[in-house]
Each structure stands twice: as C-alpha cells, then as structure tokens.
Write a protein that binds this ligand. Sequence first.
Ligand SMILES: Cc1cc2nc3c(=O)[nH]c(=O)nc-3n(C[C@H](O)[C@H](O)[C@H](O)COP(=O)(O)OP(=O)(O)OC[C@H]3O[C@@H](n4cnc5c(N)ncnc54)[C@H](O)[C@@H]3O)c2cc1C
Length: 366
Amino acid sequence: MTASYLLQSPADLSALNTMALACQAEQVITLSDEAQLEQILNAKHQHEPLFVLSGGSNVLLPPTLTATVLRPLLRGITVLDDRDDSIHIEVMAGENWHDLVLYTVNNGWYGLENLALIPGLTGAAPVQNIGAYGVQLDDCVTHVRACHLPTQTWHDFDKAACQFGYRDSIFKQQAGEWLITRVGFALHKDPTRVQAGYGDLQAQALQLANDAARQHINPVDVMQAIIAIRQSKLPDPKVLPNCGSFFKNPVIETAHFHSLQTQFPQIVGYKVDEQQTKVAAGWLIDHAGLKGGGIAPILSHEQQALVLTNHSAKNDPIQACQQDVAATQHFIQQQILAKYNIMLEREPVWIDRDGQINMSNTTLAS
Ligand SMILES: Cc1cc2nc3c(=O)[nH]c(=O)nc-3n(C[C@H](O)[C@H](O)[C@H](O)COP(=O)(O)OP(=O)(O)OC[C@H]3O[C@@H](n4cnc5c(N)ncnc54)[C@H](O)[C@@H]3O)c2cc1C
C-alpha cells in the first residue's frame, strides 16, 4: 500500500532555499514515492499550478508562492548491473547529491568525483546538467525517469533524449513541466582514470595525496582536492546564504573579445570556436571594482565576485527577498554592460508568484 504524502499548508520556505529569501508557500506536498505523485495529480485540477522544489540551491523564490510546491524526496540507490570494470546504478530523486558522490567513490565506483560538494538533490542535477572541474553530469548519465505534469504521463529518457548542453537540458528548456524521479548512472572502476586537467587540480590533488612514492593520483585524491578547493573558495550557504555562481560565463564574438583585450590585457577568456570566446564573468565583475559590492543586503562575495550573498541575518525583522536580489543583479548587469558592452545572464532560476519559471534575464520584481 502506498504511504500517504505529507502536506503542509501554509509553509515557510525561507530555510528551504540556500539564498535564505523570505518565502511563504500556500501549500507544500512532500513525496516519498512515485505512486503518491499519481494520487496528487489525479486529485488536482489540470490547470492548478505546481512547482517542484528540491534542495533550493538554484532558485530565487518569491515572497508569496501560490502554486502547490511538490518536494520529491524519494530515496534509494539500486544496482542495475555490476561488472568487473563498471557498474550501472539508478538513484532516486531525493538522494542528496554530495552524499551520492561520496557513496559511489567510497565504493570504488568512479565518474562523479569532480562534482563533489555541489549542493542539492539528485533529481535536480539533470535539470541544468550540473558541471564542475571539467566534468558535466551527462558524462555519466544513462537515463532519466520523469513525469510530465501537464499530461500526467511518465517518460523514460535515454541520454540523447535529455538534450543535455552546457547548463542545459530538455527539463530546463521545458521548465516547470517535468518532475524527475530517477536518474541512471554508468560508472567505472578504474582507479587510474581521472579527470584532473582543469586548472591546477592535478597539482592540488598530488599535494593532498601527500605520498612521495606515488606518481599518479586516483579519483579519491581528485575528490578530496575538489572538496578542499571548493571549501576554501566558495561561501558555505549555511554560514552565508548564496546560490553559487550567480551569472553565467558570457560567450561573445571573438572580435569583441580582441577589442576588449587591447583595453584590458589581463581579461580571461577561452576560445569556444573560431567565432566565439567564453569570458570569465567573475573577472569582469572583479575588475569593474564590484567584488564585495552591490546593493545591501545582497552583495557580491569578497573572495568570489561571481557569487551573490545574502547578508540579512536570519533573525532580522526584515528578511531579504527576491526583489533585493533583483536590485543587485540589475546594478551589476548595468555596470558590466557600460564597461565591457556585455550583458550578463543570470544562472539561478527566477520563480514567479504562481510558481512559473521566469526565463527573462532582467526581471526586477515578481
Ligand atoms: C554554494 C553553491 C555552489 C554551487 N556549485 C555549482 C556547480 O559547481 N555547478 C553547478 O552546475 N551548479 C552549482 N550550484 C547550483 C546548484 O547546486 C545546482 O543547480 C543543483 O543541481 C540544484 O539542486 P537543488 O536540489 O538545490 O535544486 P532546486 O534549487 O530545488 O531546483 C532547481 C531547479 O530545478 C527544478 N527541479 C528541482 N528538482 C527537480 C526534479 N526532481 N524534477 C524536475 N525539476 C526539478 C526546480 O523546479 C528548479 O527549477 C551551486 C549552488 C550553490 C549554492
């Protein structure tokens, strides 16, 4: 028999988003299995708005949320196929992402180690195809199971059908329509296979391995180096609320990049192809003198200009809200546009009052 889901009405979501924005939801439903979702959808009117919330580390929530919030906290990891050199697993949406990385690496199952310490739950990871240190989720994904909420139909996506791209997937393109319940991963068991070409990751990992006899690093070394680098560079949302990188690295015409290089010889960019160059958004903000700046209480981080942080203390009578974030976003975008003629694009997802995902890049208030 299906256990019943948990319903809260109303619910305070300020502790359920890592930016700690004030948000009151009219109704929150916590799911622990797939059958509960069917029960809920059958009981609802087709056009009633729904919004899916997992770890809340990539969302900018509105002060009032009228949509029914669905929290897919389904748990479980199943081995589908175990061979000498590889393993195929299926992970339920509610498994904590970093705990999954630790679990797989500690079992000698490799491939996810570069994605250590990214906040959030497994079901959200395919949405923006999470990536870090030269690896993206789609390097290991085999399949995704998801429910199409408007039609209440279940779909099994193979990797190609997920349409993964840089911070992109079909689930992001059709934002708000899907609820992912399971993600499959193909992992390998070869401890000599690592992805350590990114920046000074190799050197950091060797230094941490602290073993002069060892010439080669293994996936555990890589994971530990990444955890150490991230802990030293990124503010912990539990201490200083934030939602990670706030702006995407903009891709501009290479001719534009060359003209900026004459003015700013140190500007950091990577060739995408003959025509396009990806520019480090953090460098642009830092060298525009905006590191640590913004409109209080939302300020760029002192060490990581790309991260916007919420300085309103948890017990302040007035908690920061979505509009405060919009003010700083707008301020930084305008300064960067004026200085470099580049419009920065927001990475976290802006949620409207009715739970709709707002794709506009210049939203000022909901
Ligand atoms: C300190 C910090 C560092 C970060 N570093 C990185 C990084 O290195 N690389 C990176 O890519 N990201 C990074 N992020 C962003 C974020 O952690 C990821 O995008 C993460 O996958 C979001 O997971 P979540 O569970 O918090 O999703 P949420 O914030 O709850 O949701 C994000 C979006 O996904 C949708 N969604 C959530 N769950 C589901 C589901 N089960 N089915 C369908 N849709 C769903 C939501 O509706 C929303 O639109 C960072 C964030 C922080 C705070």
